[in-house]
Ligand binder design. Sequence first.
Ligand code: NAG
Ligand code: NAG
Ligand code: NAG
Ligand code: NAG
Ligand code: NAG
Ligand code: NAG
Ligand code: NAG
Ligand code: NAG
Ligand code: NAG
Ligand code: NAG
Ligand code: NAG
Ligand code: NAG
Length: 780
Amino acid sequence: MYVLRVTCLFILIISAFKGQHVDNSCWVSPRDHYIEVGSDTEIVCQTSCVSDRVFWTLNNIRMDDSLSNTVNSSHTVLSLRNFTLQSATLECHEAHLQQVLAGTIVTTYTKPSNISCFLHYEPQRRDGIPHLITCKWEHMITSSLSINYTVYVSSVLVTRGEICVSREKTCTTNTSGIIVINRKFNVTVIAKTTAWEAYSEPYEFIPLHILKMPRLSVNVLSLADHLKIEWNRSLQDKPCHCQVKFVKIVSSGEFETVFNETLNSKKNGRMLKEVESCTNYNIAVRCALEHAPWSEWGEEKTVLTQLNKNHIELRLWRKISKPDEYGVRNVRVMWTGIPSTCQGTFSYTLKKVSYRENASGENVTELLCSNTTCSVDVTEDAHSINLTVLLNEAVLAEDSVYVPATTESLPEPTEIQPSASDGVISVRWTAPVQPVSGYMIDWTQDGTHFNWKETKYTNMTLRDLLEKKQYNITVTALFEDKTGHGAEAPQICSSLGGPGNITVSVQANHRSANVTWVTKSEEKCSAPILTFTIVYSHPKGPMQNVTVDSTNQDVVLEDLIPATEYSLYVKAASLTGTSRSGERYFSTKRFDPRLIPGLITSSAIIIVLVIILGWCCTAQCKKKVPDPALSSLATWPPPGHQKGMCPFHDFSNSRSFCGRVYTEEMQITHSPPAARDCNANTSNEQSNNHTDPTVILSPEAQNGEPIDFQGTKCLCFGESTVLLSPENNKFNPYRSQISVDSPPQRSCKHNKHAPVKQQEKSAPVMVYVTLNMFKQGQSR
Ligand SMILES: *[C@@H]1O[C@H](CO)[C@@H](O)[C@H](O)[C@H]1NC(C)=O
Ligand SMILES: *[C@@H]1O[C@H](CO)[C@@H](O)[C@H](O)[C@H]1NC(C)=O
Ligand SMILES: *[C@@H]1O[C@H](CO)[C@@H](O)[C@H](O)[C@H]1NC(C)=O
Ligand SMILES: *[C@@H]1O[C@H](CO)[C@@H](O)[C@H](O)[C@H]1NC(C)=O
Ligand SMILES: *[C@@H]1O[C@H](CO)[C@@H](O)[C@H](O)[C@H]1NC(C)=O
Ligand SMILES: *[C@@H]1O[C@H](CO)[C@@H](O)[C@H](O)[C@H]1NC(C)=O
Ligand SMILES: *[C@@H]1O[C@H](CO)[C@@H](O)[C@H](O)[C@H]1NC(C)=O
Ligand SMILES: *[C@@H]1O[C@H](CO)[C@@H](O)[C@H](O)[C@H]1NC(C)=O
Ligand SMILES: *[C@@H]1O[C@H](CO)[C@@H](O)[C@H](O)[C@H]1NC(C)=O
Ligand SMILES: *[C@@H]1O[C@H](CO)[C@@H](O)[C@H](O)[C@H]1NC(C)=O
Ligand SMILES: *[C@@H]1O[C@H](CO)[C@@H](O)[C@H](O)[C@H]1NC(C)=O
Ligand SMILES: *[C@@H]1O[C@H](CO)[C@@H](O)[C@H](O)[C@H]1NC(C)=O
């Protein structure tokens, strides 16, 4: 079995070796195949290397076997119909082992199409046979190979004559020797790469149908009421049609109008056009022969048109002020209708013509005015104000407006109701009973810029308004030859702005804060506020908020944390928007200030109690009379230094109330009664002038509500701070005892000096104080 296999393999190898000498290789032909897109092609696979059948794959997808045809034992042909893929890999496989025998890449290309050509003139040439031909074409480029295009012409003069080579999809060349103006010709474009050549279809052209006339220039003349446009055409022997383009240039943009004009042979172009007065126009012309394309637009000519008298429409109106104390009314006369772009010298004269009944004829006064407005004073009589516009001293236009007498009774419109929405104000009113010929409505937002418009209806829509401005609107009835008294509409805002600025102030307490605010708007037109929202937080907490309606101007925030800094702002909301105040910071207080009066009261009660007890104590002390022989009488300080001396030192009775007053605990708590007790007779004076820096002010005092705790600054305490040192404690459990042989300057003030303190640090000496001395000190 094994031997058989090896023999078989050997025979196979030998036969394969032998086969090389005969042609038994496998290949696919053609290699790197380029075809036109949509065309048919055949691919051959030489299969001599295998005896089995073969199959094909296209981009690794097996193709239908019906497309391949086995010609003989060594050739299989694949037929591709209408091949449209840009590029594809075709492989020939051995059917049994499915291994690839050989392959090829098929790439498609397209041919140039849509060729268009036109004949045209060199810029300086205007007539005769056109000298240039330009052709354009389309070509879908699917490969990265560089392409050269060659244009061929077939005409009566040449057969497939090459006229130009280009890398672009256009080319221009000279026509001489190629075409005859009245004979058809064919154009073919060939796209060439190193790998393939693609031929376009031949395109046939009739020279006169592709002839572009040369660019024409126009002459424009601005006459009083129209423009005269003239141009000289070329190719006089052939009829043509032309277009004249008017581009009107105004501040709001450009407006283009095109007029057609057909010219017979031997006719030049000429056009008269009525145009707008005092307007800039750019004018250009182009022409074309029948069936032929338009020439390029000729050079543009710019012209400023003259003022056409017939176009003048003076819109004259007046605003009459209330009569002053002398009965003089100021009339503001306003007009429009002369465009500001007009050239020439314009002058405006006003005549005020009084209609006084007994005046012999008309009383006329003339005024010279600026170009849009004029101010005239008139009496309370009826007047006619006549405006004359002169251009270069010739009367151009005239108009007049009536100013009724103050007392003249004329119908007026009533119930004028303005309403605003989307920046537009609509006004409607009720017509008077008497007939009117119309209404004049005028409006202003600043009293200097007026606008006015006439209507026959009892309504009007005012547009082009400024945003968020308050408008004054007046409606005046018009009659055949008169104008009435103006009726004012309620002031109205064109649109509403957001709520105004908010200023916030906060009064913080212990656990609450009173927030008050003021809203102020610079603009008259801000929408009414609907709600206020107070948003507040402390650094470690969440944002909290309180919303109140617009009637509130203050709010009390409750449940705040004492001694905490809060930030806060107020937001106002209206229909048109919101506004918010700046951020405000405040700190809640450490103590409830309401408790302080109670504290003072209770302190006072304690003081009183202590004084009473002190007197009891004194009474007790009196009973124990020390031996006068042992008392020191030598160094009694002068009366001024006595204050601060602690008069109650009874060492034999250490458990007495006096002794207990001077405990450490009491000093720490700054208990005022102790101080008072200690210096009961001098405490007032001390509290007035003591400036001991060691005194600690309570927070209440820091907050500007000083509470008189200066009584704590008792000399005894001052001393005791020194005597409290542990070494002293060893000897003396009573911290405020005063040695008699200490210097007499020892007082509240002097004890602040360091040398004195050092003396005090010396070990205390037993001292006796007589009650007589005490009495002397009291009686100073
Ligand atoms: C070739 O195929 C395209 C789309 O694949 C089709 O539009 C076109 O009609 C086909 N042409 C022919 C000649 O079958
Ligand atoms: C242009 O090509 C068309 C189609 O091939 C042919 O019929 C015609 O005779 C050609 N015209 C000229 C002027 O060569
Ligand atoms: C294209 O034309 C240029 C010169 O005009 C030439 O050098 C180049 O070989 C041409 N390319 C092909 C693909 O014909
Ligand atoms: C002018 O002629 C063109 C075509 O020639 C046409 O489309 C256009 O409507 C014409 N315009 C006027 C104003 O007649
Ligand atoms: C009126 O004259 C002023 C300055 O002389 C000018 O700026 C303005 O445009 C003129 N207005 C009109 C309507 O002519
Ligand atoms: C013309 O009117 C003015 C006041 O406007 C008056 O002072 C003057 O006397 C009048 N003149 C005549 C001739 O009536
Ligand atoms: C003023 O105008 C009125 C109305 O147009 C006219 O009747 C009157 O004659 C004019 N007066 C003058 C002096 O121009
Ligand atoms: C609008 O009219 C009111 C009185 O009706 C007047 O006080 C105010 O000055 C006028 N505003 C303007 C801008 O004319
Ligand atoms: C005025 O009202 C009439 C009908 O009442 C309406 O037809 C007209 O459009 C309105 N005009 C304006 C300017 O609003
Ligand atoms: C808050 O402050 C305002 C203004 O100072 C005051 O009118 C109001 O009564 C205060 N509210 C409270 C609850 O104290
Ligand atoms: C708010 O105040 C600023 C500056 O004070 C001001 O410019 C702005 O116009 C005010 N806004 C309103 C709505 O009043
Ligand atoms: C007010 O607080 C509520 C929840 O407590 C929150 O939903 C709301 O958005 C807050 N409003 C503002 C204006 O911050």
